[in-house]
Design a protein around this ligand. Sequence first.
Ligand code: ADP
Ligand code: MG
Length: 349
Amino acid sequence: MDNTKKQTALSTLGEFGLIDRLTQQIRLQHESTVKGVGDDAAVLNFDKNHVVITTDMLTEGIHFNLMYVPLKHLGYKAVVVNLSDVFAMNAQPRQITVSIAVSSKFSVEAIDELYEGIHLACEQYGVDLIGGDTTSSMTGLTISVTAIGEAPKEDLVYRSGAQPNDLICVSGDLGGAYMGLQLLERENAVFKVNPKEQPKLEGYDYILERQLKPEARGDIMQALKQLNVKPTSMIDISDGLSSELMHICKNSKVGCAVYEEKIPMDFQTKQFAEELSINPLVAALNGGEDYELLFTIPLSDHDKIKNDPDITVIGHITAEADGSQLITAAGSAIPLQAQGWNPIAKESE
Ligand code: ADP
Ligand code: MG
């Protein structure tokens, strides 16, 4: 937050004043949005398409730390993580609703910043903000976003369609967001001991961006359409590759073989992992928050995707009885474990 700006208490606006301020700049873009903010409910019309709906809630201290996460980035990310879920269904996001619970420690200007990020994500991804709820909280900030998307019924891709011999693909690279978080946590710990020390973040812009300003891979969904490839199953990587692979395997009743040396990782991810003496593979497998797409395609579609620099084949689907295996660089098979990201377990640690 920019503390040089004047800070106005939320109580000066009241609930309705705040809602007006946060929603006044909305310009609706979609024909499917019949009515947005301003009535008892929004009204949507999707004609013949199927509708997908997804929600995520983020709470201060559990999902984000305002010591190092700027509110504008938080707003942007809260929207993007939901759009990522819509893309993972192979659907096009159209609308979002945003609900916030705020304590009196937040000023009007702070909530403005949060909404700057929200509006920016709406603009960037072409979605309409059509409503939400605004309430107060005793302590921190909670933000819940619901995204609504559409797709022709036959386009939808579920977690359940993977078949033995399908190729397993991922977009982009993995583990960066987790390493970015480790860097921010480290510098925050230093700051707590010595507030005069400048944070050492140079040279790590990529992993910081992966953590603070993730993007949802609608471009990959579009690219696959253009290549005439419909994934047999798909999921977005929010909790780490391991746990997402296990979701696909469980839902599709199949096994998988994934090759360690094929998992795409950025140079900075590996470099910072080395600096912390951790295996970067752990960041890719169990780190989470990469918001890349993990999907399976028929083997016969390999030629169509093999020249796309943003798509990497990391393994193949096997029979359920073969289990979920990671094949190490040395050639041994180890069972994948879904660690995922469990805020409840983390809290009690
Ligand atoms: P109600 O009393 O019917 O719940 P509200 O007074 O809560 O209505 O909200 C008025 C309008 O503003 C509604 O259209 C609602 O969807 C919208 N709205 C409320 N809070 C937010 C928010 N934080 N962001 C976006 N729209 C909001
Ligand atoms: Mg309300």
